[in-house]
Write a protein that binds this ligand. Structure first.
Ligand SMILES: NC(=O)C1=CN([C@@H]2O[C@H](COP(=O)(O)OP(=O)(O)OC[C@H]3O[C@@H](n4cnc5c(N)ncnc54)[C@H](O)[C@@H]3O)[C@@H](O)[C@H]2O)[C@@H](O)CC1
Ligand SMILES: Nc1ncnc2c1ncn2[C@@H]1O[C@H](COP(=O)(O)OP(=O)(O)O)[C@@H](O)[C@H]1O
Ligand SMILES: [K+]
Length: 450
């Protein structure tokens, strides 16, 4: 067994209803699923325990508890000290959290909440069975704001989306997966993104082979955002990158640090990939009808999203664009504005929110944040397991928008969904460092990745 992330391939994710169906069908020909689950838990527990103390196994009322009890029998048979109870032993070497799994259907009761607190306080690493108890498998929300924060989670039978998005990553710790020998026999709820690819560069290619990007944004005082996007597009390999900075004096250069970047206008670049909105302020609203009408491929971020949220005509213009030609990259607040709701309503079910926004505006939506979601009409939504808090710093979203533009310039026939999936995963993986990653440094890491 090995840690799941970063994944070497795209993997299917299944929500509770689908997991239940898969489990029910699998049990018809593989009745020993729980024995397999218990064995997987016991093996991992042996590898993870720290010190000579007993393994504390906390078992709940359902089959999650059943998995824990099977693991306890196997560990005992193996000569390992165990302790099954709601209260901890002296100096446990590991906690196995088998309190609640897929069956969670309400906030943990007071007793369970107290047990969760005790697990958290006992000082030993926690291995959660299937799900950290209290975490909702479909959405990654903590029911009643009370869920185990595990050091490790062993997902069983299926991978659930809630392990990877919403609050999931704050609760799962290191993620492990055992499919118990069952191949899912229905389409997934969503796909976990595999390693991103980069566009080929033929030995004989020239700058004209790699497309053009036009970055429109950067109102006075916010020009850095547009320049970050433009630098990212350049680092990604776009042939020519132009910047249309709002209100820049005619004789100023596009970017004093990057002389490779040129100044450009929509009227002269009608075939470029547009990356619009980064640091644009309110002024971008005026340019949006022309941009939406003209550019064949568009990545729309930040203030351009706010402009669309505020104007039903712009929303219509987005809907009227050709299929698969538009990517919106909202963070949760921008998504809330676009769906006329609040951030909590977005975050409580990120997969559903991204899918609904993609449906309403008939385009690809990247809902950013921990466990970024890519949703497009007619596509299975994709979820990224990559990225982390090093990216939680100003400008990393601008870099994503520019990178998407750079990818698209080089793959003009690729649909918006494919570009978004490639870009989001590359951005997340490049952003996996300890501490903080300044947006400019993120561009360097992306440029040299993998
Ligand atoms: N059936 C099988 O053979 C398999 C079962 N598996 C395990 O079984 C789990 C699912 O089992 P269950 O469906 O029994 O679900 P759970 O074990 O999650 O528990 C369901 C029970 O907990 C109660 N409950 C739910 N929320 C509660 C709350 N907030 N406070 C107090 N009690 C609450 C329910 O009323 C029900 O009695 C999976 O997560 C997985 O660990 C897997 O190992 C795969 C194989
Ligand atoms: N904790 C996190 N885990 C994973 N990704 C994150 C995290 N915080 C931020 N990110 C990523 O960083 C980027 C931030 O974008 P955004 O919020 O638009 O910032 P900005 O506007 O400052 O550029 C998004 O791609 C987001 O998914
Ligand atoms: K559990």
């Amino acid at each position: 067994m090995h840690p799941l992330l970063p994944t070497q391939q795209s993997l299917p994710l299944f929500n509770v209803a689908a997991s239940r169906r898969i489990e029910a069908r699998a049990l018809l020909h593989t009745p020993d699923l729980m024995a397999r689950a218990g064995l997987a838990v016991a093996k991992l527990a042996l590898a993870l325990r720290r010190g000579p103390g007993p393994i504390w196994i906390v078992c709940g009322p359902g089959n999650n508890g059943g998995d824990g009890r099977v693991a306890e029998q196997l560990l005992t048979r193996h000569g390992v000290g165990t302790h099954i109870a709601a209260t901890p032993p002296e100096q446990p070497a590991l906690v196995i959290d088998a309190l609640l799994g897929l069956g969670l259907n309400r906030a943990p009761s007071a007793d369970m909440a107290a047990t969760i607190t005790a697990m958290q306080a006992c000082g030993a690493p926690i291995l959660a069975v299937d799900l950290p108890s209290g975490l909702l498998a479909d959405t990654g929300q903590a029911a009643g704001n009370c869920a185990v924060r595990a050091d490790h989670t062993l997902a069983l039978l299926t991978l659930k989306p809630g392990l990877l998005t919403g609050e999931g990553r704050a609760h799962t710790g290191q993620l492990w997966f055992d499919d118990l020998g069952v191949t899912p026999d229905e389409p997934p709820t969503a796909l976990l993104l595999g390693p991103p690819t980069r566009p080929d560069r033929r030995p004989t290619s020239h700058k004209g082979s790699h497309g053009e990007v036009l970055v429109v944004g950067g109102a006075p005082g916010m020009q850095g955002a547009a320049r970050l996007a433009a630098r990212a597009a350049l680092a990604c390999g776009a042939g020519r990158v132009y910047v249309d900075l709002l209100d820049l004096a005619a004789d100023e250069v596009a970017d004093p640090v990057r002389p490779e970047l040129m100044r450009g206008r929509l009227s002269r670049l009608p075939q470029a990939v547009g990356v619009v909105g980064c640091g644009a302020g309110h002024g971008i609203a005026h340019d949006m009808p022309g941009l939406l009408h003209t550019l064949p491929r568009l990545v729309i971020d930040a203030d351009a999203l706010n402009a669309i949220a505020a104007d039903a005509d712009l929303q219509d213009a987005v809907r009227r664009r050709p299929p698969a030609s538009t990517v919106l990259t909202p963070h949760p607040l921008e998504a809330a504005r676009l769906l006329a709701c609040d951030v909590a309503s977005i975050q409580c079910d990120r997969l559903a929110a991204a899918t609904e926004l993609a449906r309403q505006l008939r385009c690809t939506v990247v809902l950013k944040g921990s466990g970024s979601v890519v949703a497009s009409p007619g596509e299975c939504p994709a979820l990224s397991g990559s990225g982390g808090p090093a990216l939680a710093t100003a400008g990393s979203g601008d870099v994503l928008a520019g990178w998407l533009g750079g990818l698209w310039a080089q793959q003009p026939d690729a649909p918006a969904h494919a570009i978004a999936c490639q870009g989001v995963e590359a951005h997340g993986r490049a952003g996996e460092v300890p501490g903080v990653l300044c947006a400019g440094d993120l561009i360097d890491r992306l440029a040299h990745w993998p």
